[in-house]
Design a protein around this ligand. Sequence first.
Ligand code: NAP
Length: 302
Amino acid sequence: MYDIIIIGAGPAGMTAAIYARRANKSVLVLEAKSYGGQIINTPDIENYPVAAHISGFDFATRVYEQAQALGAEFKFEKAVDLKEGKVKTVVTQQGSYEARAVIIATGSENRKLGVEDEDKLVGRGVSYCATCDGAFFRKKKVAVVGGGNTALEDALYLADLAEKVYVIHRRDEFRGDESTAAQLRERENVEFVLNSRVTKLIADKKLTAVEVTDNSGAVTELPVNGLFVAVGRIPENQNFASVIKLDSAGYAEAAENCRTAAPGVFVAGDNRVKEVRQLVTATADGAVAATEAIKYLSAADQ
Ligand code: NAP
């Protein structure tokens, strides 16, 4: 049995591991994919104190190595269930593990558009990560869907590579920063397709075009080889919904101290109800959740 199991090896989970190990608690970190979480898709982090420029992958690797050097154990298994009690059981696709405290730091996954063949065309034109896949579309025509900061920044990144970038957004106002939208307006190869939704993906083996329907019902076809979907993210809490309370959008309800209503179960990072979801707030959550878990374990020992 471990003192603390941390579910998720993103910045929040790995920071929690560092804090827990420094307090000499035994720690297992479970991760469904690879360490790092969504930050590994960021080419250049500029807003984390001290590291003026560092890639998300380098950042994640350094935190991973730091947690490992302090003695945190990592297993790359997907946690599919959590059973509460004085001893908690985390069930993975491969087995199950016990701990006295659990920190859920699962972050979020890409929201899908929900159009037919979207899943089938991933890797054949449909992508959720411009910085990962943008280079495949050098001098080609692409579209970005969404109006948040991710979509706008993706469009700017792609405008340097692609021949043409359509930005398809369902409203005529962007949710993302005006300064980024202004930079896009300056680009000759960027075209806004506003008040519109992608209604169909057209492909032979690979994507060749998207059908777009505007809010008046008019349908057009845009010839694109790449479609970058950037319509937000969904918190990955569903597997733990029997133990933690979720809000209507699926975020885990926990106080600022990361404690949930379930004793010994904590939530850290982007999957928690919070105002600001940034790298620095994720790592801060990891520190807070681990500190609270350590306090919980000490109280249980008395
Ligand atoms: P977001 O801010 O939630 O934006 C999602 C966008 O997708 C919205 O414009 C939304 O439209 C649209 N959308 C949602 N569902 C859709 C659907 N089914 N079909 C079509 N469009 C849909 O998500 P995000 O851009 O991923 O950003 C997440 C958070 O990270 C934000 O707080 C953002 O500011 C932050 N972020 C910050 C930076 C930075 O600081 N440099 C960079 C990236 C992200 P509506 O606007 O109509 O709702």
